[in-house]
Unconditional design. Structure first.
Length: 245
């Protein structure tokens, strides 16, 4: 079985091929996320503690967390599930995955060093792999370099060197800073606020004009109703006077 060992403190990874099955039996019947002491792997691993992160079987099927079996199962996957990437919006697909319990049928087991032991592991704990990309958000760049709001964040962005071409000078590529407050951003914000105020004033004026028009229409309808009642009363009075004569 092969162990793909990663050390988050340095960012390094190393693939170790262990041919002796007795040494890897400490991982058998353990689930993903379990922490295992690996003193039996050898003297150089004394004091190290691994956390099982995943793995693949000999046919290439990945382990999936939450499936409490050592065998393979076919599950219906959709967006958001691990071991699956949708190709079309709303797509669902049935795939074969392996359970989260380790057994002898795995070809590669991915582990993470949780606790470092006494000795250094060459190529894993004695080297530091620099991060390829730096922070992109303005607030995170300020936090990294301990900047104030008056400092220009654009001067501190981490640039990535590009491969050098023959006869050309070295070129760098810098990321587009996200959430960067510039004069243009402030101008757009003032414009949005002004439009919002303008819409509010327009709605207020429209509501006032509608209220005035509604009051006028109500007054006209009331006057018309009173005139109609007055006309009816005069007609009924004239009819009654004619009847008495």
């Amino acid at each position: 079985m092969k162990l793909n060992i990663s050390y988050p403190a340095t960012g390094a990874q190393k693939l170790v091929d262990i041919e002796d099955e007795k040494k890897v039996r400490i991982f058998y019947e353990k689930r993903m996320g379990a922490e295992v002491e690996v003193d039996t792997l050898g003297d150089e691993w004394k004091g190290y503690v691994f956390r099982i992160a995943g793995g693949n079987d000999k046919q290439g099927f990945p382990m999936k967390q939450g499936i409490l079996t050592t065998g393979r199962v076919r599950l219906l996957f959709s967006k958001g599930h691990s071991c699956y990437r949708e190709r079309r919006t709303g797509e669902r697909r049935r795939k074969s995955v392996r359970g989260c319990i380790v057994d002898a049928n795995l070809s590669v087991l991915a582990v993470v060093i949780v606790k470092k032991g006494e000795q250094e592991i060459p190529g894993l704990t004695d080297v530091t792999v620099p991060k390829r990309l730096g922070p992109k958000r303005a607030s995170k760049i300020r936090k990294l370099f301990n900047l104030s709001k008056e400092d220009d964040v654009r001067q501190y962005v981490i640039k990535r060197p590009l491969p050098v071409k023959e006869g050309k000078r070295q070129k760098f590529r810098s990321p587009k800073i996200q959430r960067l407050v510039t004069p243009v951003v402030l101008q757009r914000k003032r414009h949005r606020v002004a439009l919002k105020k303008k819409r509010a004033e327009k709605q207020k004026d429209d509501a006032a004009s509608y209220a005035r028009l509604l009051a006028l229409r109500t007054k006209e309808a009331k006057q018309k109703r009173q005139e109609e009642l007055k006309r009816r009363r005069s007609r009924s009075a004239s009819k009654s006077s004619v009847g008495t004569q």
